[in-house]
Design a binder for this molecule. Structure first.
Ligand code: GLN
Length: 199
């Protein structure tokens, strides 16, 4: 069965490991280039994308990760992970390097600073009919998305109503929120299904 690499340079990779274990897949922490050998998919956790990016560059992981994602490796990113999978960034350092692959422009810290972290119930049919309780922590949203990007979910109401917070583009999946923190494994199950389809 599938072996999912979880980028473990920084951030809430342990929570992703738990969610993936609940879906019945094996995981491996990715910290070196050697760790990438033989993985069927990649999860990029939430955390701090500038730190994650700097560490990936320092450990020589950035180019190998880009090559894998370009080559079709299924990848899922939550929050900072969404930023890492985005082709373009606005808000803060626009020269911040990413793995990329998703034809989107993300706006970092889009909802405001720490005080503006919030929770909302989202309707995301791709993840099932029940509303998804979503936790946003200094989260990005997708400011612009290319034609190949499928918008899976938006904020239903409030000042950020209509903002894009879940997207898929072929083998790539990203959410602004953190399903790994809520015990709702539907996003991870959806991703594991993507991985199995690809295999
Ligand atoms: N604000 C963080 C960043 O820009 C993301 C926050 C998170 O992952 N919870 O990388």
């Amino acid at each position: 069965d599938a072996l999912v690499g979880v980028l473990a340079l920084q951030g809430d990779f342990r929570e992703h490991e738990h969610a993936l274990a609940a879906c019945g897949v094996a995981t491996r922490r990715i910290r070196t280039v050697e760790d990438l050998d033989g993985i069927d998919a990649l999860v990029v956790p939430g955390g701090e994308s500038t730190t994650m990016s700097n560490l990936a560059l320092r450990w020589g992981l950035m180019e190998p990760l880009r090559a894998l994602v370009r080559g079709g490796l299924p990848a899922y990113g939550s929050c900072a992970g969404m930023i890492m999978l985005a082709d373009r960034i606005e808000g803060g350092r626009t020269d911040q390097e990413t793995i990329g692959g998703l034809d989107v422009t993300v706006l970092r810290n889009a909802f405001g600073r720490q005080v503006d972290s919030f929770e909302a119930d989202l309707d995301i049919p791709a993840f099932g009919p029940a509303p998804m309780h979503a936790v946003f922590i200094r989260a990005p949203w997708v400011e612009r998305a290319g034609d190949a990007v499928e918008v899976l979910g938006t904020v239903p109401s409030g000042p950020a109503a209509g903002k894009i917070v879940a997207v898929r583009q072929g083998h790539l999946l990203a959410t602004s929120f953190h399903p790994e923190l809520t015990g709702d494994t539907r996003v991870h199950e959806y991703f594991v299904e993507m991985v199995r389809e690809q295999a």
